[in-house]
Design a protein around this ligand. Structure first.
Ligand code: SAH
Length: 384
């Protein structure tokens, strides 16, 4: 089934990304009586998110007049795929271009009979984490709900996984871990996640969705209460001195505040642990003392630690820890009772691994935050 593509010249309104109530209003606007609009919206929703249809003419449960009216005013077009790359390990990456020519990337990471789609929430990122390639790109803008949901639709198109529910889908999980900070764009991200979770459509359960944040502490509790998705925290350092330097957001929301927010995360339990991501940077944060301090820091939080070998990118100021340092670090964390899987780098050959995403159409100097770091020279603050 060919999917229609977004055209800059198309003045029709795209229905993707609207919630059910908005969809019903859109139908009323083209003359459908208010009494039947809700039912029509339900049917339309099913065509869009269960069948993945982009051509109104295929929506055979709607009458011909309504189909024509929809097609004259609305569209379901997908963003343009500028580039689709496949890694030797099966990882697939899409560079998508939206109506205003801005671009963002999404990545599918297949496992045995399932896999996770890594979705972007912003074009670029304002966080400027020092180890992250996306942070070297000027933030252009937030993605809206349509652009976020569309990343999922494009991936399903690419694998031909329509109609939607029914289990056995390769694209079974979602991680909000692509470009951007999802909690800086919460409204759009939340709207998109609700669409993706809807059981009459894409039907991805909240248990299969993980949102990763660099630590926008005041938004964390709300995210858990409203969406109930899994939480991942990009921790990466165990002292404020080092974290200030690696992740400027720590100057605004220091570790104590971040960990308090984690302790209050609704729904966190031993069955549903918070993931702490920890990038392994050689000689910076990877000593046995750091591992011990990490264990002390997260005491009392149902947690698992995901160790991420640093993925290099052109001009990166860090190196990846040695396999031996990573193994020792993992052993300490593990002995303290936390599972500490080492994330296998996926798609490095196509720059699709963690921290490597960057739409290369946008090149700009790194923006620095105005607040000075607590210690500009803080490097290893926990020494062995
Ligand atoms: N802004 C969100 C989403 C990014 S998620 C967040 O910060 O959580 C991507 C994960 O990869 C984060 O944990 C991020 O810190 C990590 N990461 C960034 N650059 C990396 C790199 N070069 N190597 C390994 N991990 C990296």
């Amino acid at each position: 089934m060919n999917k229609s593509l977004e055209l800059a010249t198309d003045i029709r309104t795209n229905l993707i990304g609207m919630n059910r109530a908005e969809l019903a209003c859109a139908i009323v606007e083209i003359g459908e009586p208010a009494e039947t609009a809700k039912m029509r919206a339900k049917q339309l929703w099913h065509w869009i998110y269960h069948h993945g249809v982009t051509d109104f003419a295929e929506m055979t449960s709607l009458n011909g007049m309504l189909r024509d009216a929809l097609a004259s005013v609305y569209t379901l077009a997908r963003p343009k795929i500028v580039r689709e790359q496949s890694s030797e390990d099966g990882t697939r990456k899409w560079l998508l271009k939206f109506g205003d020519n801005q671009e963002a990337e999404s990545v599918f990471i297949p496992e045995e009979a399932r896999g996770a789609l890594c979705i972007s929430s912003q074009v670029g990122c304002t966080l400027t984490c020092r180890f992250c390639h996306t942070g070297t790109q000027r933030l252009v803008r937030n993605l809206d709900a349509r652009e976020i949901v569309s990343q999922f639709l494009v991936a399903r198109d690419s694998y031909g996984e329509w109609p939607s529910p029914g289990g056995g889908r390769l694209i079974s999980n979602i991680v909000m871990m692509g470009m951007g900070e999802p909690l800086f764009n919460y409204e759009n991200v939340a709207k998109a996640i609700r669409i993706v979770m809807d059981e009459e459509g894409l039907s991805i359960s909240r248990r299969r969705i993980t949102l990763s944040t660099a630590g926008v502490a005041p938004m964390i509790e709300r995210c858990g209460a409203e969406l109930g998705v899994g939480l991942a925290i990009s921790l990466h350092a165990v002292t404020d001195e080092l974290r200030d330097e690696l992740m400027p957001i720590n100057r605004k929301y220091p570790l104590s505040q971040l960990l308090d927010a984690c302790r209050r995360y609704p729904g966190a339990s031993n069955a549903r642990r918070i993931t702490f991501e920890y990038v392994m940077l050689k000689g910076i944060n990877d000593s046995p003392m750091d591992a011990k301090a990490l264990v002390r820091l997260i005491a009392g939080i149902p947690a698992k630690i995901n160790l991420i070998p640093f993925n290099a990118w052109p001009g990166a100021p860090y190196e990846c820890s040695t396999p031996d340092a990573i193994a020792k670090f993992a052993a300490i964390v593990n002995a303290a009772g936390y599972s500490s899987p080492v994330r296998t780098p996926r798609g490095r050959d196509i720059l699709a691994a963690c921290g490597q995403l960057r739409s290369d159409s946008v090149r700009a100097p790194r923006i620095s935050l105005a607040t000075p770091s607590r210690s500009a020279n803080a490097r290893r603050s926990v020494t062995s």
